[in-house]
Design a protein around this ligand. Structure first.
Ligand SMILES: *[C@@H]1O[C@H](CO)[C@@H](O)[C@H](O)[C@H]1NC(C)=O
Ligand SMILES: *[C@@H]1O[C@H](CO)[C@@H](O)[C@H](O)[C@H]1NC(C)=O
Ligand SMILES: *[C@@H]1O[C@H](CO)[C@@H](O)[C@H](O)[C@H]1NC(C)=O
Ligand SMILES: *[C@@H]1O[C@H](CO)[C@@H](O)[C@H](O)[C@H]1NC(C)=O
Ligand SMILES: *[C@@H]1O[C@H](CO)[C@@H](O)[C@H](O)[C@H]1NC(C)=O
Ligand SMILES: *[C@@H]1O[C@H](CO)[C@@H](O)[C@H](O)[C@H]1NC(C)=O
Length: 692
C-alpha cells in the first residue's frame, strides 16, 4: 500500500464535474503524483511541512508552542474549484489557543498559512499525551504526595498516576488548563485501576506544568490486588481442574486466495462497495465517500459522504470530592485517535484481516506512527444472508440459501481504563452496521465496605469485591452521519405507525395499523428521542430520486436500544453534553459543525454544541443534511465486570429503504467452502430413532 503516492482521484461523483482541459490533465497528473487523495490523512511528510510552516511564525524558545490537533481540513465538499488540500491545526502559543489553516495543495514544498485565528472563547483543545505524562510524573515527585502515600503504608515505587479532566461546574471565572491527577497502586498486579488510592487529589496547571493544588481528604483502604491481574501468565491454573481449562478446539479462518477486497491508498473496494478510510487524532476512524454499485441501474450510487464518532460522553454518578468532575468527553478531551491502540493479529483482527497504520502529530509537531490502527477483514461468521425452502409445489422441494459475508473496518481505542471496539460493517445488501463494543476495566472507588449488608448510605455504585465499588456511569456515543443518498440533496422523513379502529361493519376485525409519513421541514421537526417520541421509522431520502414504482430512494436508520440522559438539563455536565438530549438531530451541512461538543471541549460551557447550532431551526428539506445519532449504555456495574469486563456491545444499522428496485443480493453467490485448510467440513450426525 503506498501511503505517499496514491494515484486515486475523487471517486465521489461531483455534480459540478466538467471535462478537463489538457492543462488540467497535466496538472492532475502532477498533483496526483506528489499529493494524496484530498481526504487522506496527513502524511508524515505533510505533518513535518505543516509544523515547519508554523515554526516560521512561532519558533521556540521565544514562543511556547504546543500542537494539540493537526488534521486534514475537509472544507472542500461544496467547492467547485480544483481540489484543495489543507491542514487544520489547533496550537497553544504562549498560553493562547490558535486555529491555524495551512495550505498544502499548491506547492507542497512551500506550504503557507492561510489563516491564523486566536480563540478567546471558553474551552480548550484536546490534551496531548506528552503533557499528561509530564503532569503524572510531576505528582510522583511531589513531596507532600509521597508523604500521603507513605502515610497509607504504601510504596511510592508501586504508585502510578493519571490525569483527569476537570469539567466545568458553573464557575464564572476562567480557569487555566488544569487537570486533577489521581493515583493508583500496583504491588503485585498490573490492574492498578482496581486499586485506587482514594482521597488524594493533586491539581496540575498544564500550561505552567506545575502543581497548583493538593488535597488529602480521607483515608480508605486500597483494595487488594489478589485476583485482579488479567494477564494469561498470572492466571492460577492449579485453582481450576484440568477439565475446566478454557481452551477450545482451534478454529481457523482461511482465505487461501487472499482477501476479496483491495486497498488503494486509503480507498477500499469490496463486492459492490467502495469507500475511503482515514485516521484522525480526535475522531479515530473516519469513513468517507461510501458508495455502492447498483447492478440493476449499472451505476455507482452515493450513500455516505462522511461518518465518524463526533463525541463520546461518559459521566460518572459519584458526587464525592475525588469523583464529581469525572464527566469525560473522550473524543474532544482525550482524542479517540490519540487513544487508539495497535491491533493484535489473531485476536483483535482475524487471520484474514489486513492491518493499516495511521499518523498523528505529537505536541512537538513531529509525526507519530500509530501502527496497526485499523483492521479490515471479511467476516463469514456462519450467518444466513437469505434463504427459502419451498414445500408447496407438489412433488418437489426447493431450497436456496446464501451465506452472509460482510466487510468489517475496526479500530480500538483504549481511553484510560475503557477499551472501545469500533466497527463499521458493510453488507452486500447495502446495509452498514455500526457497532461499539465496551471492554477493559471499570473505574473503581475504594471503600471501607467489604459486604453489601454494611452499606446504608449512597455509594454511587455496586460493591463488586472487598473494598471495591464499581461506579455507575453512562456512555453516549454520538455519530456524525453525513448521508448523501444518491446525491447531496436529501430530506429526513419520519414514519409513524398508527393504530386505526375499524368502523361499524367495515370488517370482522376491530382494528389495524397503517403508516403515516412526515418530512421534517426544519431542524426542530427532526429532533427525536428514540423510544420516547412516537416515531416508528427514521429515514433519509432523496426527494429527487424515485424508484420505478414512485417511492423515494432512501436509507433507514435502525437504532440501537434507546438511551437518553438521566441527569437534569441544568446539571453542568449535561449542559456541556446537551447534544445527548435527543438521539436524533438533523442539521444542514456546515463545514464547521463537526464536533457535537464544540471545537474546544475541555472545560467547555455548552455554548458551542450541536444543540446550540440546531436551535437556529434551519430548513433541512431537500438540502445537503447531516444526521446525528446518539446511541449508548447506562452502565450499572455487576460482579462479572470485575476485574475486567467481558465485551458488551450495541449497534445501529443504516439500511436501504426503496433505494434499490428489488432485492440487490438475489444474484449474489455464496463463497466456496474452504476445506483444504484444516479439512473441516459440515458433518451430519445421523438421526437415531429410539423405539420404546
Ligand atoms: C510569546 O512570548 C514571547 C516572550 O514574552 C514574545 O517574545 C512573543 O512575541 C510572544 N508571542 C506571541 C505570539 O505573543
Ligand atoms: C514558556 O513557559 C514557561 C513555563 O510556563 C515559562 O517559564 C516561560 O517564560 C514561557 N516562555 C515564553 C516565551 O512565554
Ligand atoms: C475507613 O476505615 C479506617 C480504618 O478503620 C478509618 O480510619 C477511616 O476513617 C474510614 N474511612 C471512611 C471514609 O469511613
Ligand atoms: C492458586 O490456587 C490454589 C488453590 O485454590 C491456592 O491454594 C493458591 O494459593 C493459589 N495461588 C495463588 C498465587 O493465588
Ligand atoms: C440542491 O438544491 C438546491 C436548491 O435547494 C440547488 O441549488 C442545488 O443545486 C442542489 N444541489 C444538488 C447537488 O443537486
Ligand atoms: C456554520 O456553523 C457555524 C457554527 O454553528 C456558524 O457560525 C455559521 O454561521 C454557519 N454557517 C452557515 C453558512 O450557516
Amino acid at each position: 500500500m503506498s501511503r505517499y503516492y496514491s494515484n486515486q482521484k475523487m471517486t465521489f461523483p461531483n455534480p459540478h464535474y466538467k471535462p478537463l482541459s489538457l492543462f488540467a490533465i497535466i496538472l492532475l497528473i502532477l498533483t496526483t503524483y506528489c499529493s494524496a487523495h484530498p481526504l487522506d490523512p496527513l502524511t508524515p511528510l505533510e505533518i513535518n511541512h505543516v509544523y515547519s510552516t508554523i515554526l516560521q511564525l512561532y519558533s521556540p524558545p521565544s514562543h511556547n508552542l504546543t500542537i494539540h490537533y493537526m488534521g486534514v481540513d475537509d472544507a472542500h465538499k461544496h467547492t467547485t474549484t480544483s481540489i484543495i488540500r489543507q491542514a487544520f491545526v489547533l496550537a497553544r502559543v504562549n498560553k493562547t489557543t490558535h486555529e491555524i489553516t495551512v495550505d498544502l495543495s499548491t506547492t507542497r514544498q512551500n506550504p503557507k498559512i492561510i489563516s491564523d485565528k486566536i480563540y478567546n472563547g471558553y474551552g480548550y483543545p484536546m490534551l496531548t499525551g506528552a503533557e499528561q505524562t509530564a503532569a503524572n510524573e510531576l505528582v510522583l515527585k511531589y513531596a507532600p504526595f509521597a508523604a500521603s502515600v507513605s502515610k497509607r503504608g504504601l510504596k511510592s515505587e508501586e504508585t502510578v498516576c493519571l490525569s483527569f479532566i476537570v469539567g466545568w461546574f458553573g464557575v464564572k471565572k476562567r480557569e487555566g488548563r488544569i487537570v486533577k491527577v489521581q493515583c493508583y497502586y500496583m504491588d503485585g498486579t498490573v490492574n492498578f485501576y482496581m486499586r485506587p488510592i482514594e482521597g488524594i487529589t493533586v491539581t496540575v496547571d498544564l500550561d505552567e506544568m506545575k502543581i497548583v493544588g493538593f488535597r488529602d481528604r480521607v483515608v480508605v483502604p486500597v483494595p487488594k490486588g489478589d485476583g485482579t491481574d488479567y494477564r494469561e501468565c498470572m492466571q492460577n491454573d492449579s485453582a481450576t481442574s484440568s477439565s475446566d481449562r478454557r481452551k477450545l478446539e482451534g478454529v481457523s479462518v482461511g482465505q487461501p486466495g487472499g482477501p476479496g477486497f483491495t486497498i488503494n491508498g486509503h480507498i477500499v473496494r469490496w463486492a459492490n462497495w467502495e469507500f475511503h478510510v482515514a485516521f484522525d487524532a480526535r475522531a479515530g476512524l473516519i469513513i468517507s465517500t461510501a458508495s455502492i454499485f447498483d447492478h440493476q441501474k449499472n451505476a455507482r450510487r452515493t450513500i455516505l459522504y462522511r461518518g465518524f464518532i463526533s463525541e463520546l460522553f461518559v459521566p460518572y454518578m459519584d458526587l464525592t470530592e475525588e469523583w464529581y468532575y469525572r464527566t469525560y468527553f473522550d473524543a474532544g478531551e482525550y482524542g479517540l485517535g490519540l487513544c487508539a491502540v495497535p491491533l493484535q493479529p489473531g485476536t483483535d483482527c482475524p487471520a484474514n484481516g489486513i492491518l493499516m497504520d495511521g499518523y498523528f502529530a505529537g505536541q512537538d509537531g513531529k509525526p507519530v506512527l500509530m501502527s496497526n490502527v485499523f483492521c479490515i477483514f471479511e467476516r463469514n461468521a456462519g450467518d444466513v444472508m437469505w434463504r427459502h425452502t419451498e414445500f408447496g409445489i407438489p412433488g418437489r422441494v426447493i431450497t436456496e440459501s446464501r451465506s452472509e459475508v460482510t466487510l468489517v473496518v475496526r479500530m480500538v481505542s483504549a481511553v484510560g481504563n475503557y477499551d472501545y471496539i469500533f466497527d463499521w460493517e458493510f453488507f452486500q445488501s447495502g446495509s452498514i452496521k455500526v457497532k461499539v463494543g465496551l471492554t477493559g476495566l471499570l473505574e473503581i472507588r475504594g471503600t471501607n465496605y467489604t459486604h453489601k449488608d454494611q452499606i446504608h448510605e449512597e455509594v454511587y455504585g455496586n460493591l463488586l469485591s472487598e473494598n471495591t465499588i464499581g461506579a455507575f456511569h453512562d456512555h453516549f456515543i454520538t455519530y456524525h452521519l453525513d448521508l448523501d443518498i444518491d446525491g447531496q440533496n436529501n430530506s429526513f422523513m419520519k414514519t409513524f405507525l398508527k393504530s386505526v379502529k375499524t368502523h361499524h361493519n367495515q370488517s370482522p376485525r376491530k382494528s389495524y395499523w397503517t403508516v403515516e409519513t412526515e418530512v421534517a421541514k426544519t431542524e426542530s421537526e427532526a429532533q427525536i428521542k428514540v423510544g420516547k417520541t412516537p416515531v416508528a421509522e427514521l429515514l433519509v431520502v432523496n426527494p429527487n430520486k424515485k424508484t420505478k414504482m414512485g417511492n423515494l430512494a432512501g436509507y433507514r436508520l435502525i437504532p440501537a436500544p434507546p438511551i437518553s440522559p438521566l441527569l437534569s438539563e441544568d446539571d453542568y455536565p449535561q449542559i456541556r453534553a446537551a447534544f445527548t438530549e435527543r438521539n436524533i438531530w438533523v442539521t444542514p451541512y456546515n463545514v464547521s459543525e463537526k464536533w457535537a461538543s464544540g471545537l474546544f471541549t475541555d472545560q467547555s460551557r455548552g455554548d458551542d454544541t450541536l444543540k446550540t447550532w440546531s436551535s437556529r431551526d434551519r430548513e433541512i428539506e431537500n438540502k445537503d443534511i447531516v444526521l446525528w445519532y446518539t446511541m449508548g449504555f447506562h452502565h450499572v456495574t455487576y460482579q462479572e465486570d470485575f476485574p475486567l469486563m467481558p465485551t458488551i456491545s450495541s449497534s445501529f444499522e443504516l439500511r436501504p429503504a426503496n433505494f434499490f428496485e428489488s432485492n440487490p443480493v438475489l444474484s449474489v453467490k455464496s463463497p466456496e467452502n474452504i476445506t483444504s485448510i484444516n479439512c473441516a467440513k459440515v458433518i451430519r450426525l445421523p438421526f437415531v430413532e429410539t423405539i420404546s
